[in-house]
Design a protein around this ligand. Structure first.
Ligand SMILES: [Zn+2]
Length: 191
């Protein structure tokens, strides 16, 4: 078998940069990398995976949260990488487990641990349950020097605990925030 990896972090923790660097390293060795991402991540255009640091690469496969992967497309692939994995379903994460265990292709997933309310995403929950290797991609709080663990949602400049969970590319923004600053910014909306 090969391993299923989950590398999680908050917004702004260079997960996509890390993913693109992994893909680049495989390609330098003439190995084939297959990049999967959810359809609904439209921040930078349909099939582009682009880091804020400037690197980018086309996705090989766009999936809905509950897509079924045709395993034949992974023939000759040396590594599968997945961006924004938090948006995928338990069923899709289980397919990644199959790809690693049975097809013996390592699958490296990158994504957020929790939404702006501090609750696990479905895809992330399943990865915490069944990944071989779980690694935190760390970043610092937007407001102080502590490690960020929350994604604070800002709408029209105001910290916010309401609205849809999934609204990438909308007017909201999300800031990496430590527990203390998360609580302070939400001023009692949060415990
Ligand atoms: Zn802080």
């Amino acid at each position: 078998m090969a391993k299923l990896y989950f590398r999680y972090g908050t917004v702004g923790s260079a997960k996509t940069l890390n993913l693109l660097a992994v893909a680049h390293n495989y390609q330098q060795q003439n190995k084939k990398v297959f990049l999967i991402k959810p359809k609904l991540d439209i921040r930078f255009g349909e099939d582009d995976v682009r880091s804020r640091a400037g690197l980018n690469r086309k996705a090989d496969l766009l999936v809905d949260s509950d897509s079924i992967i045709n395993y034949g497309i992974l023939d000759q692939v040396n590594c599968v990488v997945v961006d924004e994995v938090q948006f995928l379903s338990k069923a899709l994460i289980d397919q990644f487990r199959y790809i690693a265990t049975v097809m013996r292709i390592p699958v490296i997933c990158y994504g957020l641990r929790t939404d702006f309310r501090g609750e696990l995403f479905d895809g992330s929950k399943r990865l915490f349950e069944i990944a071989d290797t779980i690694e935190e991609v760390k970043t610092t709080c937007n407001f102080c020097d502590k490690k960020a663990i929350f994604n604070l949602k800002i709408v029209d400049g105001q910290p916010c605990l309401t609205g849809p969970i999934v609204e990438l590319g909308a007017e909201e923004k999300y800031l990496p925030t430590c527990a203390g600053c998360y609580r302070n910014k939400l001023e009692g909306q949060y415990f």
